[in-house]
Design a protein around this ligand. Structure first.
Ligand code: 5AD
Ligand code: SF4
Length: 472
């Protein structure tokens, strides 16, 4: 039986990492990866539930694959990830030709379940327990991950890797589906994380990005009662020689402690880049979101960052049009963006998620067109401050890790001439310059000549030629 698998991934970095793991697992079970669903014997969709739109896109992709399945009934169609966990049987109802539904805590079962489907045992489903369906321990166990399996070939670049340090979330923000789909917050053991980081370093990773829903809340309780927190974990990871840069996402404002900020300051490989979603600039909205902080708390955190890490770049997420958000509330989000001058912000229109507190108790009362207008307005202000701040880099030199050709570079690549390359500073600023593919994976100094709200535009700093004689 031929074993060709195609995987389509949408959603956050956790999903990118999960897909890498599933592929590593399948490869060890004799599968090869192909580039299109047409060539594949098994088509897997790694899905996202964070907003309705993400789910609708997946259901529409499933609609498209239906014809291929009708032509070739042996083609296995699998749905994995958050939407699989959230919708469970509903996936089979909405797309009856799906063979496999696997939640994010059960991904290790995929090879065996594929065997069952292909062996004629019919549809298979593996999902974790819901948040009230057992003891704390049983629920947590049902969401366990199988992180140590890695496959560098599945990464966008071999020298950058994600490393999960925490799974799940216990914050239960009222709009958010993640505590249901990814289960209780669990810090992975530091020994396991360190061992995995060593493997990544051996595989050539220069930059690792630590992943968790509230990554700075990371804690692991050892059997002797001692606790490893995020600061201690960073100190240990910092000692791995071959790893040159350490980033982490996503942060929770309340847990951005002085101790953690001072640790970041004292560890040169740790990027002074902090993604700390504010979600709203209005105390009333934050309260309804049950975020656990006020705008004053958020500003106090910004002050701590400014004092301890004056050159840090901060980015944020905002939800516009959350239940009951008035124009005045919204203008407070605009004001917060102006005050905090985020490097960038991801802005989302509120979307009701079944199973969340907001869906049960609050009315989704902001009309669509107003959500869209607020989205555009906030984005325009965010772009304005980002452009002003990016322009301050003009004339300066920055160090970047080169990632590869930019989209434009790939399009114009005809051989040997210079193409547009893309890289990132330690503060996560995107830099483009004319260079060549061989520079991917190198740290380089770039002189910045221009900037837009999302990008710094520069050129390779000319190296002084000491002796021309040696070149001829
Ligand atoms: N509607 C819109 N945006 C949401 N987010 C989370 N849940 C929702 C929702 N129901 C946003 C938050 C979060 C980001 C990953 O997605 O801003 O930080
Ligand atoms: Fe969702 Fe809030 Fe947890 Fe983030 S902290 S994953 S927004 S519940």
């Amino acid at each position: 039986m031929s074993n060709r698998v195609y995987i389509k991934t949408v959603g956050c970095q956790m999903n990118v990492l999960d897909s890498e793991m599933v592929i590593a697992d399948l490869k060890r079970n004799g599968y090869t990866v192909v580039d299109s669903p047409e060539e594949a014997d098994c088509v897997l969709y790694n899905t996202c539930s964070i907003r309705e739109q993400a789910e609708e896109k997946t259901y529409s992709a499933l609609g498209t694959i239906r014809q291929a399945k009708e032509k070739d009934p042996d083609k296995v169609i699998g749905v994995m990830g958050c939407m699989a966990q959230k919708d469970q049987e509903l996936v089979f109802k909405r797309a009856p030709y799906v063979d496999l539904v696997v939640g994010p805590g059960q991904l290790h079962t995929i090879p065996a379940l594929l065997d069952k489907v292909r062996g004629g045992e019919g549809r298979q489903m593996a999902v974790s327990l819901s948040r009230k369906a057992g003891s704390q321990l049983e629920i947590a166990r049902s969401h366990e991950t199988f992180d140590p399996l890695r496959d560098p070939t599945m990464r966008p670049t071999p020298f950058q890797a994600y490393l999960r340090i925490q799974i799940g979330c216990d914050k239960f923000c009222t709009y958010c589906v993640v505590p249901n789909t990814r289960g209780p917050e669990q810090g992975r053991s530091p020994d396991q994380i360190l061992a995995e980081a060593e493997v990544l370093a051996e595989q050539g990773a220069l930059e690792i990005t630590l992943l968790g829903q509230t990554v700075n809340s990371y804690k692991f309780k050892h059997e002797d009662g001692t606790v490893t927190d995020m600061a201690s974990l960073l100190q240990r990871l910092h000692e791995i020689d071959r790893i040159k840069r350490i980033k982490f996402v996503t942060n929770y404002p309340k847990d951005m402690t002085e101790r953690l900020l001072e640790t970041i300051r004292d560890l040169p490989k740790v990027s002074p880049y902090l993604h700390v979603p504010a979600q709203s600039g209005s105390d009333d909205v934050l309260k309804r979101m049950k975020r656990g902080y006020t705008v004053a708390d958020y500003m106090a955190m910004m002050e701590r960052i400014e004092r301890i890490l004056p050159n840090a770049a901060i980015s944020s997420d905002f939800i516009v049009g959350f239940c009951g958000e008035t124009e005045e509330d919204f203008q407070k989000s605009v004001a917060l963006v102006r005050r905090c001058r985020f490097k960038n912000s991801f802005i989302f229109q509120y979307s009701v998620r079944p199973g969340t507190k907001a869906s049960e108790r609050l009315e989704d009362d902001v009309p669509r067109d107003i959500k869209a207008r607020r989205n555009n307005e906030l984005l325009a202000v965010q772009d304005e401050v980002a452009k002003e701040d990016n322009l301050k880099f003009v004339g300066k030199e920055v160090e970047i890790l080169v990632e590869g050709p930019s989209k434009k570079g790939i399009k114009n690549d005809e051989g040997d001439q210079l193409i547009q390359m893309i890289g990132r500073t330690s503060c996560d600023r995107i830099v483009v310059f004319d260079g060549n593919r061989r520079q991917a994976g190198q740290f380089m100094s770039i002189q910045i000549d221009d900037a837009s709200s999302h990008t710094l535009i520069g050129r390779v700093k000319t190296v002084e030629v000491v002796s021309l004689g040696s070149l001829v």
